[in-house]
Design a protein around this ligand. Sequence first.
Ligand code: PLP
Length: 462
Amino acid sequence: MHYISTRGHAPVLSFEAAMMTGLARDGGLYLPETIPQMTHADIAALAGLPYEEVTARVLAPFMSDAFASDEFRVLIARAYAGFAHTARAPLVQLAPGHFLLELFHGPTLAFKDFAMQLLGQMMQATLARTGHRITIVGATSGDTGSAAMEAFRGLENVDLFILYPQGRVSEVQRRQMTTPTEANVHALAIDGTFDDAQARVKDMFNDFDFRDAVGLAGVNSINIARVLAQVVYYFAAASALGAPGREVDFTVPTGNFGDIFAGLVAKRMGLPIGRLVVATNQNDILHRCLSTGAYRPDGVMPTISPSMDIQVSSNFERALYYAHGADAAATAALMDDLKAGGFTLSQGVRDALAADFASGRASEDETAATITRTLAQTGELLCPHSAVGVHVAEQHLRAGVPMVTLATAHPAKFPDAVQAATGIRPALPPHMAGLYDRPERLTHVPNDLAALETLIHERRRA
Ligand SMILES: *Cc1c(COP(=O)(O)O)cnc(C)c1O
């Protein structure tokens, strides 16, 4: 399998190279050159298999010969061994026809662990083979950073720097990033928003001297390997609900569009997904764009679902590429317009997006009310992000088509918002006891490319 850039002017890469590269050198995002197909029989055969085996079967065609099949199964087993639930991604029922896919049983309590744990194993195996060293720089709205710390701390060939927006992550998220003691991981609190952090990371990738000098690698969802790992749970959930014999809809709490884009890949592989519903909080640029065609970022408002406080949604570029009929030049032109302030989609492109996506938003009050009501009606304690999803999903239920809402984080990661809505302060699971007592280690950094590059040069182990 070859990987190509959405903007058409970067080298074509193997799976391993695309995984180690992150952002394409033309500023675009890598995609598989073709989407492998799962037949009706292939999908039917997934029923009842362990999550690990579903992972091996769904991902194998994307990797060509990057890993031997036995080796790949060992990496998958290691990636998910630390999850607290044997189903890995259990489905629970909320109401007739409405299901919740709990993606928060990994070590850092958010869905980011599914991809990050596997990415950590695959990168480690690749580095062990080549003897290379890399410097990973990532931007986070809270959960990618903690998942990356957990996946890469203590690794010999990796230095990891995580940029998070100062004061805009939850205390649990911050502590997960600032309390690891290993010398190869660094939490950097940037003066700005998630969009600023993500923009500086992209600037580093576009500074080829810096990029090549430090061996820059990325673990944001600009990394195609991460998105592909997330395709698996769409197959696992749909199969449990009767696919391929039955169509299934999904609602996805969305920020950077990585998780829901994985759903689009699953659909294009042949999984019978009806609608993919984008659920946003009041930072609703994606909902507005899908409803009106106009994409114009303005300020980010802090909300009780901070992992979705985003205006510049990187992976939307991948969906736009497909909606333009895989036209790299048209995609590159849109991204130039975005730099100049925004863009408006043509009717044809809007129709193409509407064939796969619906959308909705939840206000702060609606999010809190959904946490309260869902607890009363089902006993399920939702995190605020999952509550945004449930609120929007309820407006998109269709008779005869099961709806799966992705529960993206554990309520204990956002205890203040959950307590305010329910009076219950969710406890951290036992493996995280002591998180509030450990000393924190972080560096405040300005929103300035040169200063960040200097700091990374100094801190990385040569
Ligand atoms: C990252 C995250 C999201 C948004 O996912 P994207 O792939 O960025 O759209 C939603 N909820 C939680 C809890 C997250 O950590």
